[in-house]
Design a binder for this molecule. Structure first.
Ligand code: HEC
Length: 185
């Protein structure tokens, strides 16, 4: 009906007019809803995921997050990654970026990891999941490691977007909808 198309045009116009403080190259497509959201948290928008990945060094920014999610199956038998998720054989990994190694309260780490003295970032995680025992022969993480560097980069990118709070300054999908409902200027 013509009313419907008029409204659609109006919404389109207000979206086009309203830059909303985003860079002009922000993706305009809605994220696909194919991913299963974790039970506790709202899924991040594509813009929020991009903003998180942009905090990583270059090779990780262009990593294949879906492949990383698939490869994270290797970790799921021992680790949860959602906010407030339980510790299992290994500690919950929510907030692992920037966390001092072996410091999550309530988890019983090996002395070696508690005393490792490093803070988790992309390159430290890369060394770790390549072969935990290389740096810490007595670690409790009995995991042989991921040999393929691309798979490691993909897992690390997936970890970044799945264990980090939503970045400040990037609107969630619901906020976008609210903005576009407001009368344009
Ligand atoms: C067989 C179980 C197991 C598997 C599989 C496993 N982990 Fe672990 N992970 C552990 C345990 C146990 C620890 C604690 C190690 C210690 O205390 O020495 C740990 C520790 C960690 C830590 C350090 C966390 C902290 O708070 O300092 C990270 C990061 C980590 N694992 C990531 C991964 C990733 C990513 C994968 C998959 C690629 C993986 N792990 C696979 C059991 C596992």
């Amino acid at each position: 009906m013509s009313l419907g198309s008029t409204m659609a045009a109006a919404v389109f116009m207000s979206l086009a007019v309203c830059g909303c403080g985003k860079p002009s190259n922000a993706p305009s497509q809605q994220p696909s809803m194919a991913e299963t959201p974790s039970p506790s948290a709202a899924p991040l928008s594509e813009a929020q995921k991009s903003a998180l990945l942009a905090q990583l060094p270059a090779p990780y920014r262009s990593a294949d997050v879906s492949n990383g999610e698939a490869k994270f199956a290797l970790c799921r038998s021992c680790h949860t990654n959602s906010e407030g998720g339980p510790d299992m054989v290994g500690p919950n990994l929510w907030g692992v970026f920037g966390r001092k190694a072996g410091s999550k309260p309530g988890f019983s780490y090996s002395d070696d990891l508690k005393n490792a003295g490093w803070t988790w970032d992309a390159s430290q995680l890369d060394k770790w999941i390549a072969s935990p025992r290389t740096d810490l022969p007595n670690t409790k993480m009995t995991f042989v490691g991921i040999q393929d560097p691309k798979d490691r980069a993909d897992v690390i990118a997936y970890l970044k977007v799945s264990t980090s709070p939503a970045p400040a300054g990037e609107a969630a999908p619901a906020a976008n909808a609210a903005n576009s409902a407001a009368p344009g200027g």
